[in-house]
Design a binder for this molecule. Structure first.
Ligand code: ARG
Length: 467
């Protein structure tokens, strides 16, 4: 039976009928629909709408639907179900007869879909935060393994200063920890229960909303039925957060692609995550990284779709909101698909520490350290900058590095130079002077690794607590 045919004199155009259905995609909400329906059924019993016996029948029916669906994917093929809500009603009627129709008492699909989507997003957040902890774990392991290995850090994609490889890897850990934190923050606003909001004005029966929210493990019922049935901010906020995560991954992928080129030679692509060329026998292509880079476009596209779908929508529920489901699912699938692959890639990728170290020693990356040498001897910073700049100019003419200049040449620029200048230019000294919180001095990086591990443990603990 249809959910709404009473007032209609004509049947729907079959093409429209098929086209407006959401069951093809919202069937993935089935388990949430069943759980939320069970909570609603208990509230109906407490409100005196269902007898104890009817409640048991409905709960058993809902459970059977869940079990059968889990065992056979075929169950959730249904050419007549308009959406997941209609599907459950049909299935329940097939199992327990007309008493199943009592389950819809006092509720509306508008509150149901809002609830199912919140339950879905909440579970996705918990899964993604767990995956992010694993990704961070692999980055931190690699940072630790890199030990004292250095590499050039770039600004404007030009060599700037040497840093520890570990310091570079920890930069990504920071981004991912912010993503995990944003997800946790988003979760607070997701974790409110729309059940009992009705179509727009609130349920038409005295249902205990707090009890239903508790049963579904929500922090509390939503405060306003108009907002609760029309709000998809939580979807947009979640997908925006995923956009930022995908954007971080795309920056990482781009760097890894560059670093894996023959020209850089910092990274050996793992064969398990690369592909060959059908034409050029020598090729090993960074396909995983390229696809990771491209997926950001896809997730950001989903966020844009959501934003434009919601813009200008009058309150409260409109069928437009059905169109928020697919971008949500696609963005979630994309993010959930990416993270384990990134972790696997990072576990197996080989860093060529030798070529990274070599690159870190050439190209005047000790120039700022050289200027600092003068500053520490009382030379005003702007003048020190100018004098080291001149020293670099001299080196360029002679095709050498700063450490190759003679003391006489240096003293012609400033008499304050002495023998100790050579030491301050060595890679270890250059790294060591960046001895501030957040800097690349080895002792600082060691502490940063330990601090990052603590954050990951805390994150894992939080994820575990929600499981
Ligand atoms: N399939 C619908 C959706 O995703 C469920 C809500 C339908 N509500 C309605 N009043 N037609 O939005």
């Amino acid at each position: 039976m249809k959910m709404w045919s009473g007032r209609f004199r004509q049947p729907l155009d079959p093409r429209f009928e098929r086209w407006q259905r959401s069951f093809d995609f919202d069937r993935r909400l089935l388990s949430y629909e069943l759980t939320a329906s069970a909570a609603h059924a208990r509230a109906l019993k407490n409100a005196g709408v269902l007898s104890a016996e009817e409640l048991i029948g409905i709960l058993e029916g809902l459970q059977q639907i869940g079990e059968t669906a889990a065992a056979s994917k075929g169950l959730v093929e249904d050419d007549e179900a308009e959406d997941v809500h209609h599907f459950v009603e049909k299935q329940l009627v097939a199992r327990i007869g007309d008493v199943a129709y009592k389950l819809h008492s006092g509720r509306s699909r508008n509150e149901q879909i809002a609830t199912d989507m919140r339950l879905y997003v909440r579970a996705a957040i918990d899964g993604l935060r767990g995956d992010l902890a694993e990704v961070c774990g692999t980055f931190i392991d690699r940072a630790e393994q890199a030990g004292g290995a250095a590499m050039p850090a770039y600004t404007h994609l030009q060599r700037a200063e040497p840093v520890l490889v570990g310091h570079w890897l920890l930069a990504y850990v920071e981004m991912f920890l912010r993503d995990a934190d944003r997800l946790a923050d988003c979760r607070k606003r997701v974790n409110l229960c729309p059940v009992g909001s009705g179509a727009v004005a609130g349920a038409t029966l005295p249902l205990d909303r707090t009890l239903m929210a508790d049963e579904l493990d929500f922090a509390s019922p939503t405060a306003n039925s108009i907002d609760a049935t029309s709000d998809r901010d939580f979807v947009l906020e979640f997908v925006n957060t995923l956009s930022l995560l995908a954007l971080h991954l795309s920056r990482w992928a781009e760097e890894m692609i560059i670093f894996s080129t023959e020209e850089f030679g910092f990274v050996q692509l793992p064969e398990a995550y690369s592909t060959g060329s059908s034409a050029m026998p020598q090729k090993k292509n960074p396909d995983l990284l390229e696809l990771v880079r491209a997926k950001a476009g896809r997730v950001i596209g989903n966020a844009t779709t959501l934003m434009i779908t919601l813009k200008g929508l009058p309150l409260a529920y409109n069928k437009d909101l059905q169109e928020t489901q697919e971008p949500l699912f696609d963005a979630t699938d994309t993010a959930l698909g990416l993270l384990p692959l990134v972790a696997g890639f990072m576990k197996t990728v080989e860093f060529n520490h030798q070529s990274m170290n070599e690159a870190a020693q050439a190209g005047f990356m000790n120039a700022w350290a050289a200027a600092t040498y003068l500053v520490n001897r009382g030379v005003p910073s702007r003048l020190a900058h100018e004098q080291i700049g001149k020293a670099v100019k001299l080196c360029l003419k002679k095709s050498c590095e700063l450490q190759d200049l003679t003391l006489d040449e240096l003293r012609s620029l400033n008499p304050v130079f002495d023998e100790s200048f050579g030491d301050c230019l060595k890679p270890a000294s250059v790294l060591a002077i960046h001895d501030v919180v957040g800097g690349t001095a080895p002792a600082r990086v060691k502490k940063a690794i330990a601090a990052a591990r603590e954050e990951i443990d805390a994150l894992r603990g939080e994820v575990h607590a929600h499981a």
